[in-house]
Design a protein around this ligand. Structure first.
Ligand code: ZN
Ligand code: ZN
Length: 392
């Protein structure tokens, strides 16, 4: 089997990886680059242009750096995604279409995505793809085991082991994935100074304290970071309101409906959407409200409390704080930065390598692929460039 990382060997985001045999060609992810303003044209013969020569595209999860170029894929290529991931992608897309006033951007394509079930293989030609659910800041995210020509590769996608579902990662690798010939592994966090990531649970407990000690708390958080939202909702002090907007509540309702049985964490018991007739009660009893940077309505609500000493918990990646619109949104508020990464730290990557025992490790979704030389001692680490053919 051959593997080609079309994009992602030296960058985070814009992922697209090809797996092929003599007869079959599939892709994992087809993402947009994080820096959309400077994004380069991304065209692949037989996939986005020309006569179709690709049998399927599988998506690990709904983040834009993995599905962002979905609508550039030739219409006759089947797409696959986790069921809840597809549902969230659809809600996100509806919101983007509405705000950009575009009628059917992606809609049909998303509706037609086929879904897969955990640990149930899908056979495309002579390639077998088995999805395994992992812990990540996106809900319903998957690793894929790809088997063809007598070889096996584990494609991690984005994952971590310090979230609520983190412990399950090692267990599923041991029980289902077992040994593979090669590992295509993400390394997002490896250029950051801190070696170990705080657990989602410890972060939740720190946020709990802030909610107990402050009457008015706004939380800036990604609307699809479901585990973060669920964790915070589970520690709202008794008597206080938990507020968001209608769009955020539609995401929460979707997850509650489709994943309630996965864990009691996703019950989201007491979330209300904001309306002006809640103002008086919110003022009296205090609240935690989820907001998004740049949202004019959220900004207006925050301004009402500006002289009442509200706390703004910034619960997203620090890098975004450099952006002018975010700086402006948060300006003048008492800000607490409380976040933990959605990605594996080096211990988690080591654990995966030790568990699946690959002969070859191929880094991707990282700016520092060479750090894998230290992490994966005693293994062959293949440092490749975008579009290079790797034979497994
Ligand atoms: Zn990613
Ligand atoms: Zn992701």
């Amino acid at each position: 089997m051959e593997v080609i990382i079309h994009r992602g060997t030296h960058q985070i985001g814009g992922c697209a990886t090809e797996y092929r045999t003599k007869n079959t060609r599939i892709f994992i992810d087809f993402g947009a680059e994080l820096d959309s303003e400077n994004a380069k044209l991304f065209d692949i013969e037989g996939v986005t242009k020309g006569e179709t020569n690709c049998d399927a595209v599988f998506f690990t999860h709904y983040h834009g750096d993995h599905i962002g170029l979905l609508d550039t894929i030739n219409k006759d290529i089947p797409l696959y995604m986790g069921e809840v991931s597809k549902g969230i992608a659809k809600i996100l897309n509806d919101r983007i279409s509405k705000s950009a006033n575009i009628e059917s951007y992606n809609t049909e394509r998303i509706d037609n995505i086929k879904t897969f079930a955990v640990a149930t293989p899908i056979v495309i030609g002579d390639i077998k793809v088995t999805p395994y659910m992992v812990d990540h800041s996106a809900f319903d995210a998957y690793m894929f085991k790809i088997e063809a020509d007598g070889k096996s590769v584990l494609h991690t996608g984005d994952f971590r082991t310090h979230g609520f579902k983190g412990k399950g990662v090692k267990a599923l690798l041991e029980k289902y994935v077992k040994k593979v010939d090669a590992l295509v592994c993400e390394g997002t966090t490896l250029n950051r100074a801190e070696a170990k990531c705080e657990t989602e649970n410890d972060l939740k407990n720190r946020i709990k304290k802030v909610l107990e000690e402050n009457k008015y708390v706004f939380v800036v958080c990604s609307s699809t970071n479901i585990d973060r939202l669920a964790g915070i909702c589970s520690v709202i002090p008794r008597g206080k309101y938990c507020i968001c907007d209608k769009y955020q509540l539609s995401v929460i309702d979707y997850v509650r409906k489709h994943s309630g049985q996965r864990s009691s964490l996703y019950r989201f018991n007491k979330v209300l959407y904001y309306s002006e007739n809640l103002d008086e009660k919110m003022n009296d009893r205090g609240f935690c409200m989820f907001v998004r940077c740049g949202h004019p309505e959220h900004k207006r609500i925050m301004e009402k409390y500006k002289d009442k000493n509200p706390v703004v918990i910034y619960s997203m990646w620090q890098g975004y704080l450099e952006q002018d619109n975010i700086k402006e949104f948060l300006d003048g508020y008492q800000r607490l930065d409380m976040h933990t990464s959605g990605h594996a730290d080096s211990d988690a990557i080591k654990m995966v390598i030790d568990t699946v025992q690959p002969e070859t490790v191929i880094p991707m979704h990282t700016e520092v692929p060479e750090t894998f030389l230290e992490i994966a001692e005693n293994r062959e680490v293949k440092l490749v460039n975008d579009r290079e053919i790797i034979k497994i």
